[in-house]
Ligand binder design. Structure first.
Ligand SMILES: Nc1nc2c(c(=O)[nH]1)N[C@H]1C(S)=C(S)[C@@H](COP(=O)(O)OP(=O)(O)OC[C@H]3O[C@@H](n4cnc5c(=O)[nH]c(N)nc54)[C@H](O)[C@@H]3O)O[C@H]1N2
Ligand SMILES: Nc1nc2c(c(=O)[nH]1)N[C@H]1C(S)=C(S)[C@@H](COP(=O)(O)OP(=O)(O)OC[C@H]3O[C@@H](n4cnc5c(=O)[nH]c(N)nc54)[C@H](O)[C@@H]3O)O[C@H]1N2
Ligand code: SF4
Ligand SMILES: [Mo]
Length: 732
């Protein structure tokens, strides 16, 4: 089922590779890095071994780990069994974390662009020179335009909060995270239905439907682990996915749904549950708003109608609805994670939320449960006021109900290109790689070309760093101290985590906290960063007296919150104080108050819909250069069904061109029945522009170059599954 035809890697072989003994040119490079850094111990002395707690950062899950450090070198990463969210698990990427630390392609010192953008000519700077330069440029943009003329963007990280703090005290409210390319439409839908974004209690569930979620490849802890355990205990898993993913392979049922039609399926499920009186009547009467309207509304959506739209047989839809109702309340329509897919994704996910409400699974074992309280304190500050600033963010008002704190990458980018409503001429990016993860790379380049100054803080020369003016090297998670943070995890409950360096920072890398503190001092904003990370963390933990000791002893502080019955008789945090099946607020904002089905864009005869999706060896668009992971997954290919492949004369391994109205890419074809005839798929993170990513430069094609940039009309969340492409044999 792998996209490429390589020898499958056994766990034994993988661990051998991830241990000290290593083969291959890339790894030889790594040992050179190590030899240069670590003093040799003489003779046959036993190594000095230490075990240090940390938290994996190869993706956002933050699984607990114990690093084995031999003579100052991190030799192996093992799972921390006391960690409630990840328990005894560290995935392939987590194991490969040592190769992130000892990557010869790591950024080593500050670099200033010399040639044209993207030409790859750099001048090494001292830290003082780099920080002076950054401060000068930020000041100049603030003076010439306004402070909102600088856009800040930080990926998922414990230190990202300092980028937000810096932006606020510098005076810009143009701050983005990765979230508008990820999950905001899911958040919108569940928040607006239940008043809070819940966690699925997968572990105790008897029936789970996953639609557009691939938990056995797109790992989310504890859900991925809990799903396996629950299935052993008799839980049924039904998967709707246009591709036969690993999750589909292990599920009890897989339905290759027509992309973009999930709402038809779930409205029909609601139709059956309502018309056959299968819903939880007490629960619905007590807790919901708009049941009468919903009953009327779903009448128009029977399974026979839905079958025509989603291509799942009516008898299966009817059966699944009944099975869900029998298993309720320990039954879940899984809320999902990445919902950067369709222009109506918020409404699609609203239909998921509404079926959950009908099942009465709220706040009960095996259903949707509330996030537990963590109790970290957040040290506050009063940001200065800038009189000449515009009224609103640059993307304000461009979506019906945008999250004001999150904004929209796509809509901000459009605004920067247009220079409207006001000029944005600076861009600060930290730990995010929108050149690979924002649809329509051409437009990201267009945006960058509008800028006076772009600063990127990364661990490697990502494609985004490659386009920047100033590139600053950050330490990896194994080398840095971080603040504390609260994690949530379904039935695993809440916990507090932190990081301390497992080994000292390599090269000249510096954490973003230090970078921001230094720039702030140069801009007369030093008072807002007048503390150390240690002091900050101490303040965060002041109301959790047992936390510091638990973190020291176990590497995690678990909080024993009550898991069920937390809502009790408390009102829901919605306008009606109930679960909103019908939303007056949506109506007021110009959105449908209940999800109304509109068919997705038609796929023309000679084209395919292209979809994004994960595999277990790649994190979003950016771990592909890792010297261990790139051996397992060295390049991407385009999945195409055998029937259209035959018509197009395409065979397995042929070089093909995938083209959309905005871009094209050349890569190998993977001819497989594991995707629908009308749908093609490519893994992300290849076709890089950065020549400094030596393991993968020249490999595969970049899906961000091909994807058009549509967005969800309610949130402005990027919609990445709305692009139609041609696939043809490449001309040599
Ligand atoms: N290994 C790994 N794990 C990860 C990550 C990673 O990069 N790598 N990233 C983490 C992050 S940030 C996130 S947000 C999550 C994402 O987790 P998921 O959202 O579960 O994962 P994706 O693979 O992005 O997308 C899910 C699936 O949707 C399918 N799909 C496409 N169109 C449709 C449709 O119209 N209907 C239906 N029903 N299915 C459709 C795709 O084929 C794909 O298999 O994973 C997290 N875990
Ligand atoms: N084509 C495509 N686009 C996508 C997705 C997809 O699957 N395919 N997924 C979407 C989703 S769900 C999400 S969440 C977003 C995520 O989008 P991004 O936030 O762009 O996530 P990553 O691709 O993981 O990029 C993380 C960046 O941080 C750098 N980095 C890693 N560790 C460190 C560190 O310790 N310090 C610093 N300073 N930098 C570090 C990496 O080198 C990389 O450049 O992408 C979205 N866009
Ligand atoms: S899922 Fe894997 S990569 Fe992500 S934090 Fe956990 S171990 Fe690390
Ligand atoms: Mo994500």
């Amino acid at each position: 089922m792998q996209a490429n035809n390589q020898r499958p890697m056994s766990r034994r072989r993988f661990l051998k590779l991830s241990g000290a003994a290593a083969a291959g040119t890339a790894l030889a490079g790594q040992s050179q890095v190590l030899h240069a850094l670590v003093k040799k111990r003489g003779g046959l002395q036993e190594p000095q071994v230490q075990r240090r707690f940390s938290v994996c950062d190869m993706c956002f899950n933050k699984c607990g780990l114990i690093a084995r450090v031999e003579d100052g070198v991190v030799k192996m990463l093992n799972p921390n069994p006391k960690f409630p969210k990840s328990r005894g698990m560290l995935c392939a990427r987590g194991n490969a974390g040592t190769k992130q630390l000892y990557d010869p392609d790591r950024l080593k010192y500050p670099l200033l662009r010399k040639g044209a953008r993207g030409e790859g000519k750099w001048q090494r700077l001292s830290w003082d020179e780099a920080l002076d330069h950054a401060a000068e440029k930020l000041k100049a943009i603030g003076d010439q335009y306004t402070r909102c003329g600088v856009l800040f963007m930080a990926g998922s990280d414990l230190q990202s909060q300092f980028v937000h703090r810096f932006a606020e005290v510098y005076g810009s409210y143009n701050v983005l995270s990765h979230e508008s390319n990820c999950l905001l439409s899911r958040n919108r839908a569940f928040l607006d239905t239940f008043g809070i974004v819940p966690f699925p209690d997968v572990l105790n569930s008897k029936y789970v439907i996953m639609a557009g979620a691939n938990r056995f490849e797109a790992l989310v802890t504890p859900d991925s682990i809990d799903m396996v355990t629950a299935m052993k205990d008799g839980c049924k898993l039904v998967v709707l996915d246009p591709r036969f993913t690993k999750t589909a392979a292990l599920a009890h049922e897989w339905h290759p749904i027509k992309p973009g039609t999930d709402m038809a399926f779930f409205l029909a499920v609601a139709n059956v549950i309502v018309s056959e009186n299968l819903y939880d009547k007490n629960f619905v009467a007590r807790n919901t708003y708009g049941m009468e309207q919903l009953v009327q509304h779903v009448r128009q959506y029977p399974p026979e109608w839905a079958e025509q739209e989603c291509e799942i047989p009516a008898k299966d839809i009817r059966r699944i609805a009944r099975e869900l109702a029998v298993a309720a309340p320990a039954a879940i329509v899984y809320p999902g994670r990445r919902t950067s897919d369709y222009e109506n994704s918020s409404q699609i996910r609203r239909s998921f939320a509404i079926v959950n409400a009908l099942l009465g699974n709220w706040d009960r074992p095996g259903g949707l449960i509330l996030p537990g309280k963590v109790g970290l304190s957040s040290p506050g500050y009063d940001a200065p006021f800038y009189e000449d600033n515009p009224e609103e963010r640059v993307d304000f008002g461009k979506a019906l109900m945008m999250f004001p704190e999150e904004g929209s990458f796509k809509l901000s980018r459009d605004a920067v290109i247009a220079g409207k409503p006001y000029p944005v001429k600076g861009w600060f990016t930290y730990k995010t790689n929108p050149m690979q993860t924002g649809a329509n790379r051409g437009k990201t380049i267009e945006m960058i070309n509008e800028l006076d100054f772009m600063l990127t803080v990364d661990i490697q020369m990502s494609d985004t760093a490659w386009m920047a003016d100033l590139v600053l090297p950050a330490p990896s998670y194994l080398e840095r101290q971080d603040p504390a943070s609260g994690l949530q995890g379904g039935s695993a409950g809440a916990c507090v985590i932190t990081r301390d360096p497992v080994v000292p920072a390599l090269f000249e890398s510096k954490p973003v906290f230090w970078i921001l503190k230094e720039i702030a001092a140069r801009l007369d904003l030093g008072e807002y960063f007048d503390f150390t990370l240690g002091e900050f963390r101490k303040k965060q933990l002041q109301k959790l007296p047992a936390a510091a000791e638990a973190l020291r002893k176990d590497g995690v502080y678990s909080i024993n919150n009550k898991l069920y019955g937390v809502q009790g008789k408390k009102p829901f945090r919605t306008r009606s104080k109930k679960i909103e099946l019908y939303s007056e607020r949506y109506k007021k904002n110009g959105a449908d108050p209940m999800p109304v089905y509109r068919p997705p864009r038609t796929v023309p005869e000679d084209r395919f819909r292209i979809v994004v999706g994960r595999n277990a060896y790649i994190t979003q668009g950016s771990s592909t250069n890792n010297s261990l992971l790139c051996q397992i997954f060295p390049e991407n290919s385009v999945w195409i069904h055998p029937e259209p492949a035959e018509t197009l004369g395409i065979r397995e391994g042929d070089e093909v061109e995938v083209a959309s109205p905005v871009g094209k890419g050349r890569l190998k074809a993977h001819v497989t029945e594991e995707t629908r005839k009308d749908t093609v798929y490519m893994a992300s993170g290849f076709g890089v522009l950065s020549k400094a990513l030596k393991n993968i430069y020249g490999k595969g094609a970049c899906i961000a170059d091909i994807l058009e940039d549509y967005d969800d009309e309610i949130t402005g969340n990027m919609a990445m599954h709305e692009t139609m492409v041609t696939v043809s044999l490449a001309q040599s």
